[in-house]
Design a protein around this ligand. Structure first.
Ligand SMILES: Nc1nc2c(ncn2[C@@H]2O[C@H](COP(=O)(O)OP(=O)(O)OP(=O)(O)O)[C@@H](O)[C@H]2O)c(=O)[nH]1
Ligand SMILES: [Mg+2]
Length: 428
């Protein structure tokens, strides 16, 4: 293991700072590629714990649709294949459907269907290939191009195609309850005025609002005509592969797929409280998408924060802080790869906050943020490591180390050893 001390954030990505202050000290540990898997390696420890949980894979089919050039393959590549936004400029059009599998949280596998958006393909998806494409879908992500003017015939054609997809999805019983997400992509290219100006931000907000309202109404009408009512309204996000908005949208998608999300959140809240922290945030280890956090819901408004968050000053923090952390860490990890090293963990001390991030389980990393000046990064690291075994078990649906939170939670089951008649409760 080698340690690196730097005094500025590891990767310069424009606005990627958590607060408007420089850290007083940031420590990032890299594990040397060939020699990192030695005794005590976090990844190895986690996989060992994971071997206790034997479960069959839960497969979730995710459809990525939308007209050619809207950015489907680009976002898939940035999120799941560590491609830089710049690298997407050379991507060719997708021919027919490209399938990829991404393992998430132990036994969950995302089956991504990236459906090429050229007209010849689009027509087939809603006619001859309809049953195959729209069966057993967990999530449909429809990508629009923000630069297409809402008054244009091109936009109207795209919206009509979107309606046909919703109709096919809602009409397929095996996809009952599928979530629909609309990503209005390439938001970086719309709005007028200098980048970062209020005028430009306002222009973007207005464009997204108009498109969102129109799409929500039209999707609702289709759902009512097919099912008699609109049971699952669509969710609309503005995105750009060039900033953290892409992480926010995809984190939000993935969050809905986690089977025992409320149980994980309860544990994160408990861990936050006993570590004298104000936030505990769980990231998926490969994509760095935010999976869950302590306290309030990920997208909670300020008035929905819990007591510890209010007291810890979460209200004053940047609302995009998690996505910014994801971007910084992923960027740094790429730099590590170039020099043949692997990212292991991260700690930072700012004037008003101390942060530590380390591997929690074989598929996740945990970040603890504390605002009390006496809390040292080493304490946060220690707490993350102590929590590993129990969280590894929680990634399945059963635990062998019961704790007081699992005891009363409906989403949790226990592994009871042979001959054991009653589980003795303890703290995990
Ligand atoms: N400025 C900007 N360009 C983007 C964004 N997303 C994608 N692009 C660019 O748009 C072009 C087309 O992207 P693709 O991902 O290939 O589009 P696609 O939707 O997969 O297209 P098909 O495969 O033909 O359906 C590429 O040159 C990308 O670099 C974005 O958010 N902002
Ligand atoms: Mg493509």
């Amino acid at each position: 293991m080698s340690s690196l001390r730097v005094t500025s954030p590891p990767v310069d990505r424009g606005s990627s700072t958590l607060r408007d202050e420089k850290p007083s000290g940031v420590k990032i540990t890299r594990a040397l590629g060939g020699s990192s898997f030695t005794r005590g390696d976090p990844g190895k420890l986690a996989s060992k714990a994971n071997s206790k949980v034997t479960m069959s894979n839960i497969r979730k089919k995710v459809l990525l649709m939308g007209k050619s050039g809207s950015g489907k393959t680009s976002m898939r590549s940035v999120i799941f294949s560590n491609m830089l936004a710049q690298g997407t400029k050379t991507l060719g059009a997708t021919i027919d459907v490209e399938h990829s599998h991404v393992r998430f949280l132990g036994n969950m596998v995302l089956n991504l269907w990236d459906c090429g958006g050229q007209e010849a393909f689009l027509d087939h998806y809603v006619s001859t290939q309809k049953d195959q494409i729209f069966s057993n879908v967990a999530i449909l992500i429809y990508v629009f191009d923000a630069t297409t003017a809402s008054s244009s015939s091109e936009w109207e054609k795209d919206v009509q195609y979107f309606e046909e997809c919703i109709e096919a999805l809602r009409g397929n019983e095996s996809s009952n309850g599928a979530g629909v997400w609309v990503l209005v992509n390439k938001m970086d290219l719309v709005g007028q005025g200098p980048e970062g100006s209020k005028e430009r931000e306002e222009g973007r907000r207005q464009i997204l609002k108009e498109k969102k309202e129109e799409l929500e109404i039209r999707a609702r009408e289709i759902a009512v005509s097919v099912e008699g009512r609109d049971t699952r309204p669509i969710r609309v996000y503005g995105t750009s592969i060039w900033d953290e908005s892409l992480y926010k949208a995809w984190s939000s998608v993935i969050h809905t797929l986690i089977p025992n999300a409320s149980l994980i959140r309860s544990h994160l809240t408990h861990l936050r409280n006993i570590s004298s922290s104000i936030e505990a945030v769980l990231f998926e280890r490969q994509t760095f998408l935010v999976l869950a956090k302590s306290g309030s819901e990920i997208d909670a408004d300020e008035d929905e924060l819990d007591e510890a968050e209010v007291q810890g000053g979460v209200k004053g923090l940047d609302r995009k802080r998690f996505e910014k952390v994801s971007e910084i860490i992923k960027g740094f990890r790429l730099d590590c790869l170039k020099s043949g090293e692997a990212f292991a963990n991260w700690e930072a001390r700012f004037k008003n906050a101390t942060m530590a991030m380390d591997v929690l389980t074989s598929n996740t990393c945990l970040m603890l943020v504390a605002s009390e000046p006496w809390v040292e990064p080493a304490l946060l690291m220690f707490n993350i490591r102590q929590a590993r075994k129990h969280f590894e078990e929680l990634q399945g649906t059963s635990v062998s180390t019961p704790c007081l939170i699992c005891k009363d939670h409906p989403e949790c089951k226990y592994e009871v050893n042979e001959g054991q008649t009653e589980v003795e409760w303890g703290h995990g």
